[in-house]
Design a protein around this ligand. Structure first.
Ligand SMILES: [Zn+2]
Length: 310
């Protein structure tokens, strides 16, 4: 990467995909990366633990930090090495990026409180986003971390130009996905499967995460809600709508192949063209009793998002 490349402004543009786990964010992010001028980095929140510490595989197949993309990003962001930054992040994440810190982060974002922790956190994190833009030559980073606590933390820094896509998916489809056994090819040193959850726990987390994103919509920048089912039915129409709503640019150059997204659904390793289609397996395969329990736990938001209750 030439040193003379004009860097982005101080506030890197980030399209943040927020919501509950297993809502289809990897599919949406991959589709968007191909359609608009943006760089999909995967789940940047987990780059410290799963990337810097564990060296899990990047989408390109190399261990994190070894492919040309991430080595250029890390070298540009942390000229003194990533190790000291990682140590600071281990402490700061617990002080800034937790749901219990949301009220504090709202106060910081509104300028009602100063926080040395949030400042230090931004000093660690913002250079990473800036370097992703520099190395990829993109105007926007797509970050599919999803966690609302991280979203509030990013907003509190005041140093990121945030656009927020709230991705929702029927809680019963999400709960069913948590019961399925999926391998994790990015953990290349042993056989691991993705975490599994009981449907009722998945439903409670679904409520928690979506309510937190709803709260963000009231106190932070505008939040654009997208139902995964609507996207899966007509991804092109949805994308056209999002391009306008989120002030994105259509991609004119080639799509990065392979991309360098990190952490997320294993489908990101699938090199065959992305097929987007509605996944309704839960309607026949999720136990009817579990399905009812999930509906009971999540009914206020199911209703709000326009899903049939029974
Ligand atoms: Zn890579």
């Amino acid at each position: 990467v030439p040193e003379t490349h004009t860097g982005p402004g101080d506030r890197p543009g980030v399209l943040y995909i927020a919501g509950a786990g297993r809502s289809g964010s990897t599919v949406v992010a991959r589709y968007l990366e191909a359609a608009v001028d943006a760089c999909h980095v995967g789940e940047l929140r987990y780059v410290w633990s799963r990337g810097v510490d564990e060296r899990q595989l990047c989408e390109c197949g190399e261990p994190f930090g070894q492919c040309h993309f991430w080595s250029a990003v890390l070298a540009g962001a942390y000229p003194d090495g990533v190790a000291p930054v990682r140590e600071r992040m281990a402490v700061l994440s617990g002080r800034v990026d937790r749901l219990r810190h949301v009220p504090g982060n709202i106060a910081v974002a509104r300028g009602r409180r100063d926080s040395a922790d949030v400042e230090a956190y931004a000093d660690c994190l913002v250079p990473m986003y800036q370097q992703v833009l520099r190395v990829s030559g993109s105007p926007v980073v797509i970050d599919s971390s999803k966690d609302p606590s991280y979203l509030f933390a990013l907003h509190a820094t005041g140093r990121i130009d945030l656009r927020v896509l709230h991705l929702v998916r029927d809680s019963r489809a999400v709960a069913f996905s948590w019961t399925r056994v999926k391998s994790r090819p990015e953990v290349h040193w042993e056989d691991q499967v993705m975490t599994m959850r009981r449907p009722t726990l998945a439903a409670r987390r679904w409520m928690e995460n979506n309510l937190a994103v709803e709260l963000f919509g009231r106190v932070g920048p505008p939040v654009h809600r997208l139902r995964y089912e609507d996207f899966a039915t007509d991804p092109e129409a949805v994308t056209s709508h999002l391009v306008g709503e989120l002030s994105l640019e259509r991609r004119t150059g080639p799509v990065p192949d392979p991309g360098h997204s990190f952490s997320g659904n294993p489908i990101r390793f699938d090199r065959t063209p992305l097929r987007v289609r509605p996944d309704t397996a839960w309607t026949t395969q999720l136990d009817p009793r579990e399905r009812r329990k999930v509906a009971v736990i999540s009914f206020p938001l199911l209703k709000k998002y326009g899903y049939p209750l029974w």
